[in-house]
Design a binder for this molecule. Structure first.
Ligand SMILES: [Zn+2]
Length: 338
């Protein structure tokens, strides 16, 4: 097959390293203040009583009292009025009319003399572990903005689950927000928030808040569950629905994600059932790799063939029960495969 070369595709300049390197040279507080003062010289950013929190009028919605917080420690902004949030590159992308993606945002920052002018104060680069957990106020604010729950209802997720897990909504990006609780649901620290875009034209269905994303296990608190077995599904909402049904189910946030820290807790279970989506070859391979890493107590189990769908949510939407799913998984113990 001939190689297709499209000269209209912008040159990809943004490796993760380049992004982090650029961001480490920009202090978001100084950047936002300086760029807003270009439009309005009276624009003020004020330090709050919080250790690292600054407040100003929101650049993204009309208001008279400042709801817009800038956190110097984690180099993020968040508006308690309209829910917009992000890092300095998100800010550039949202504010500059001709900037439409992270590459263009980086090019913009490099090209304005923002970096050279000295108005930008260098800050020490921080790793994600140094950021600390996502603020609980932020998770609550998203949760309060989840007005239309129909998308979740269509996936059989109940109000009780939505409220307990504090699922939320980020209006600006049209995305469901999914906190990854590390311990008690609704009360423990959250280091990762996954976003499920509901925008029909989205390129990425799942994404994360910059700085608060990486390899993570959804329902990881089940590592401490009092159960002989644990089920690994490849879908956040599949694992959520399964647990709502009483099945101890976790999900890595991506089929090819594995963290070495998971091995020891996973090996404490007598059985680990790794269940890839039906008919998904690459996920099947990822499931096998996952099981290999856990060791001999882990097995890949494929859903039965049929016209019902491909994953646990489809299984339930087809009118099948969680009990039938567990019967199917546990029956593998009798056929000698365990
Ligand atoms: Zn706002």
């Amino acid at each position: 097959m001939a190689k297709i070369i499209n000269h209209n595709i912008p040159r990809r300049i943004s490796s993760r390293h380049k992004i982090e390197s650029l961001k480490s040279r920009v202090n978001i507080v100084a950047y936002i203040m300086q760029s807003m003062q270009l439009d309005d010289s009276s624009f003020e950013v004020q330090k709050t009583n919080g250790d690292d929190e600054y407040r100003c009028l929101c650049p993204f919605h009309d208001e008279t009292e400042g709801s817009f917080s800038i956190y110097e420690e984690n180099q993020q902004y968040y508006c308690y009025g309209c829910g917009t949030f992000g890092d300095v590159l998100d800010f550039v992308e949202a504010r500059q009319p001709n900037v439409n993606n992270v590459n263009e945002a980086m090019a913009f920052l490099e090209s304005t003399n923002a970096l050279a002018a000295g108005a930008i104060v260098a800050v020490t680069p921080r790793t994600r572990s140094q950021l600390g957990p996502v603020r609980s106020e932020q998770i609550e604010a998203w949760h309060c903005q989840l007005i239309d729950r129909s998308w979740l209802y269509e996936r059989l997720i109940t109000d009780e689950t939505i409220d307990q897990y504090q699922l939320g909504y980020w209006p600006q990006k049209k995305a469901i927000t999914i906190p990854f609780w590390t311990g008690n649901i609704g009360a423990s620290p959250v280091n990762v928030v996954q976003m499920r875009s509901l925008a029909p034209d989205t390129k990425r269905k799942y994404f994360g808040l910059t700085g608060f994303y990486g390899t993570a296990m959804y329902n990881q608190f089940l590592f401490n569950a009092n159960s002989d077995y644990l089920v690994v599904l490849f879908g956040t909402f599949d694992a959520l629905l399964a647990l709502q049904d009483g099945i101890p189910a976790v999900s890595p946030n991506g089929a090819n994600q594995y963290h070495a820290d998971w091995t020891e807790p996973l090996q404490k279970f007598k059985r680990i059932y790794v269940v890839p989506d039906l008919g998904n070859e690459s996920e099947l391979k990822a499931a096998q790799l996952f099981a290999d890493k856990v060791g001999k107590t882990a097995r890949v189990r494929q859903f039965p063939d049929g016209n019902w769908g491909k994953d646990f949510s489809d299984w339930r939407l087809d009118g099948r029960s969680a009990d039938d799913f567990m019967d199917f998984l546990l029956s593998s113990e009798h056929d000698g495969s365990f």
